[in-house]
Design a protein around this ligand. Sequence first.
Ligand SMILES: Nc1ncnc2c1ncn2[C@@H]1O[C@H](COP(=O)(O)OP(=O)(O)OP(=O)(O)O)[C@@H](O)[C@H]1O
Ligand SMILES: [Mg+2]
Length: 314
Amino acid sequence: MIVTLTANPSLDRAVTLAEPLRPGEVQTAQSVREDAGGKGINVTRVLLGSGQDSVAVLPLDADDQFAVVLRAAGVPLRPVAAHGAARANLTIADPSGVTTKINLPGVTRSREDGDALIAAVAAAAAGARWLVLAGSLPPGLPDDFYVDVIRAVRANADAPRIAVDTSGAALRAVVAAGAPDLIKPNDDELVELTGAPLDASIPLPQAVAAAGRALVPDRVGAAFVTLGGAGAVLVTPDGAWQGTPPPTRVRSTVGAGDSSLAGFLLAEASGGEPEECLRSGIRYGSAAAALPGTQAPTPADLLPGDVPVSALTH
Ligand SMILES: Nc1ncnc2c1ncn2[C@@H]1O[C@H](COP(=O)(O)OP(=O)(O)OP(=O)(O)O)[C@@H](O)[C@H]1O
Ligand SMILES: [Mg+2]
């Protein structure tokens, strides 16, 4: 079992227009699509598609439209009752490909909301193999909320290993004080985390590995750093590796990072060596990039090309 936490889910609403957007006017949309968004939910979706048991923990107001959309997605849930609508992200696309995005603020969560989430995660995670803490924190919860989650989860005897995919202050706090087993930043998030630019005098994977070695194993158990079209780097206490994607016709990179984390954990859960976990992470990320929209890749969507992995030495 792999449990995910999405503390700040979103209702993603995509409106398609048959004509250019005209601010100030009334226009009729051609179509609208609503998806339940949020990184932990995405990870759970990909895991389930590959036959790995997973459940998503998240705050949910039963009266929120988000609840309807989420239930339609068929994801196993441990909803934590909370008041107020999830944040919504509105995308307006016109026929020429111009996209306007409006991100609506979400409800502010109270300390009690946070405590209820922590209790639910700790209960759901007991006996699981991994707990994934994914995405941003909603307004109202402190930057070190994930540290509090980890402490509560590890107070149980059969605590899972903990993977974190977040950014900014929440990532800094969890690395400073939470000792996560795995982090999955991209290169920008890694630079923001360490506060130092990557060494531009050496190739990107080497520079990323050097930055990763400063964190592993003192601060984090391992770092799986994704590099978009350049693949990914894995740093563990035993070594560092880089891998490059198979030939990929990119359609939408939305959700690629979530899919790569899911792919990594799938390989880990079936006993894969580090190289195999890295390769699987890249495969799932690239499969997501080749699919339209936020569609979650299944094993049938994995691209056939090679994913070369090589060790990085100092
Ligand atoms: N242009 C691309 N071509 C091939 N594969 C890609 C491309 N972009 C992303 N991927 C695959 O997806 C993985 C994750 O991508 P990326 O590093 O962009 O994640 P991210 O920045 O965390 O994204 P997210 O917005 O989902 O958080 C990469 O390691 C790679 O395997
Ligand atoms: Mg990401």
